[in-house]
Design a protein around this ligand. Structure first.
Ligand code: DGL
Length: 260
């Protein structure tokens, strides 16, 4: 059987954190990574504008790349358009949504934070996850307008200060009635790109939950295990802006196996 094609989609480069795990699970697949950088950041768009952007774009990507499976490596998009994508297209979709259930199950202090884009934390989908799966945990929903952009800047070789990152994550850390936050769920795929900084800047140690390994497990569950050790072709990277990546970004991308 020829190698399946997996398309990994995000508004930008956050989905690389998901791609990395999926490629570990299915190293034999062909990969197309699509960054919709022409419309980045998704977190700043209203719901109607995002739907109007993603649905036709996905149609074009399916025609262009004929994927066997699509990973929507973006919480901001998944929490809005996943049901519509599944209804409209026959290709299977694996989405990325805030990992509230496992975080609540693992919390010792019964206080967790969900850190995502302003759009993701305001979605009805996210609120329903909390109602259905938070299991009596106190959940602090923290929306950040800037963190995804910071992660992109760092990948482009533009440094972001500790103070700027610390200010974005500060509301995640709550110490109330003797219960301190012990888990922060990273509900935006850009944030694991900053993981070492987040760990360093946390006012006290917490676990940062990255959903990427669970997404990779779901892909393997749907497609079956790898049938070989290596992909027949290098992973392709598509930027919707069609802007060529600057040298600093090329270096960062090489670490993920692109264009090295
Ligand atoms: N990576 C995206 C997510 O998981 C969002 C970043 C953005 O475009 O605002 O939500």
């Amino acid at each position: 059987m020829s190698a399946p094609t997996i398309l990994v989609f995000d508004s930008g480069l956050g989905g690389l954190t998901v791609y990395r795990e999926v490629a570990r699970g299915r190293p034999d697949a062909r990969y197309v990574y699509v960054a919709d950088d022409a419309f980045f950041p998704y977190g700043q768009h209203g719901e109607a504008a995002l739907e109007a952007r993603v649905l036709p774009l996905m149609q074009d990507l399916i025609v262009a790349h004929a994927p066997d499976l699509i990973v929507i490596a973006c919480n901001t998009a998944s929490t809005l358009v996943l049901p519509q994508l599944r209804a409209r297209f026959t290709v299977p979709f694996v989405g990325t949504v805030p990992a509230i259930k496992p975080a609540a199950a693992a919390s010792q202090t019964r206080r967790i934070a969900v850190l995502g884009t302003l759009a993701t934390v305001s979605r009805e989908y996210t609120k329903a996850l909390i109602r259905d799966f938070a299991g009596g945990c106190a959940v602090d929903l923290v929306g950040s307008a800037r963190l995804a952009g910071f992660a992109e800047a760092e990948l482009h070789g533009v440094p972001v200060t500790d103070a700027e990152i610390a200010a974005e994550i500060a509301p995640c850390f709550v110490d109330q009635n003797g219960a301190r936050t012990d888990i922060v769920t990273l509900a935006c795929t850009h944030y694991p790109l900053l993981l070492s900084r987040l760990e360093k800047l946390a006012p006290w140690p917490v676990r940062f939950f990255d959903p990427a390994p669970a997404i990779a497990r779901r892909v393997v569950e749907l497609m079956g295990p790898a049938t070989g050790a290596a992909s027949p072709a290098p992973a392709r990277l598509v930027f919707t802006s069609q802007t060529p990546p600057p040298p600093a970004l090329l270096q960062a991308l090489a670490r993920y196996g692109f264009g090295a």
